[in-house]
Design a protein around this ligand. Structure first.
Ligand SMILES: [Zn+2]
Length: 371
């Protein structure tokens, strides 16, 4: 039998991930429905209520139990998607111990953040009544801003080593690019991804004084200098376009709409399931189900918004570097190193991808002309 080509393997890898996404989605909905239907949530709410009458404490305990149970219930799927498949397709350098430690760290982080968010959400539900979704939306907006600012300095370093980029020729190129987009100081960091993965990645992250460009060592060590420059220019474009702020603003709008829809769904379901108050923690799976389904429906819209920002960043990257050839080489390398399907099915791309397909980005660059 012939060895499958790189793109055939990439298509298989993409198909398995899409299947996993569907399985996870159906599994989540079934779990939430089961919790409501078989009154698992009522049972848990009664138990935590008997531990302490203080609503802050019982919401916190309920939240912690749900987060830990969710982690355990999803562990086989996480193992399959994040560990087994990555190794099977030759994309991972991570040891099982390293993977397990990361899972433990993300569980700790998740516990801390989820309990805090749930406590504030239920405080708002108890205090604000019918207008809770506005209060909650404002809270999520503030939370999003704070998390965006802290992400590159507090969250990312929990999982990856970050060091200021030391490569002198690249730093010079960077300074030139930064001047061209009018950035005063913009730190560039080398992220140690190679001990975990072979995939290359780059990002623009942070808010205010934490704004920075992050380049994976997997990219810095495998890409040619002019290819790295064009990737840096793309991230610099996100900075120039204020894309993080735009994503937060966009996220705020969808969050307010989502919370209002969840409010309607909550009232509709409460009447049928026999819950009296919106702030009854036992009804949490109903609220979670409404938000989950809304998130699913909003996903194509969110992805379309993200893809439009990516197209703009690509255009600016080529204007800044005028190096179409390097751009195309970088995209091809990205496809090869990340085992990315160059042209996923258009419907899949529309629904699930936050970046335009690499084939479309390459085709666009081939048409590009400097003016
Ligand atoms: Zn981008």
């Amino acid at each position: 039998m012939d060895e499958p080509s790189q793109q055939q393997r990439a298509k298989r890898y993409e198909a398995i991930h899409n299947l996993l996404f569907v399985v996870e989605t159906v599994y989540t909905v079934l779990l939430l429905v089961a919790l409501l239907y078989w009154e698992g949530s009522d049972f848990l709410a009664n138990v935590v209520q008997s531990i302490s009458p203080n609503p802050w404490i019982h919401v916190a305990i309920y939240g912690a139990v749900v987060v830990i149970a969710t982690k355990l219930l999803f562990l086989p799927l996480n193992y399959l998607g994040d560990y087994h498949l990555e190794h099977k397709f030759g994309l991972s350098n991570e040891t099982l111990g390293g993977w397990a430690f990361d899972e433990l760290k993300s569980l700790g982080l998740n516990l801390l953040l989820s309990v805090a968010v749930l406590d504030v959400l239920y405080f708002v539900l108890r205090r604000v009544g019918d207008w809770w979704w506005i209060g909650a939306g404002l809270f999520f907006l503030v939370f999003g801003v704070v998390m965006s600012a802290l992400f590159p300095v507090l969250i990312l370093p929990l999982f990856y080593k970050l060091q200021p980029l030391e490569n002198e020729p690249l730093r010079e190129k960077l300074t030139v690019l930064a001047q061209r987009v009018g950035a005063k100081v913009l730190g560039v960091y080398r992220m140690g991804m190679s001990e975990k993965t072979k995939k290359a990645n780059a990002a623009f992250a942070g808010l205010g004084s934490t704004k920075r460009i992050i380049l994976g060592d997997t990219l810095l060590d495998k890409f040619a200098e002019d290819e790295i420059e064009v990737v840096m220019a793309h991230e610099m474009a996100h900075y120039q376009h204020g894309d993080i702020t735009k994503m937060i603003a966009w996220g705020a709008v969808t969050t307010f709409v989502g919370l209002k829809v969840a409010d309607l769904g909550l009232h509709w379901g409460m009447a049928r399931l026999g819950y009296e108050y919106v702030w009854d923690i036992a009804a949490f799976p109903l609220l979670a189900l409404c938000l989950f389904v809304f998130g699913l429906l909003a996903m194509p819209l969110n992805n379309a918004f993200s893809r439009s920002r990516e197209w703009k960043a690509d255009a600016t990257a080529l204007e800044l570097t005028a190096n179409r050839d390097a751009f195309i080489r970088a995209m091809r390398k990205l496809a090869e190193q990340n085992l990315a399907d160059l042209s996923p099915h258009p419907v899949v791309e529309f629904l699930l991808h936050d970046h335009p397909s690499l084939a479309r980005r390459i085709a666009w660059a081939e048409q590009w002309q400097s003016d």
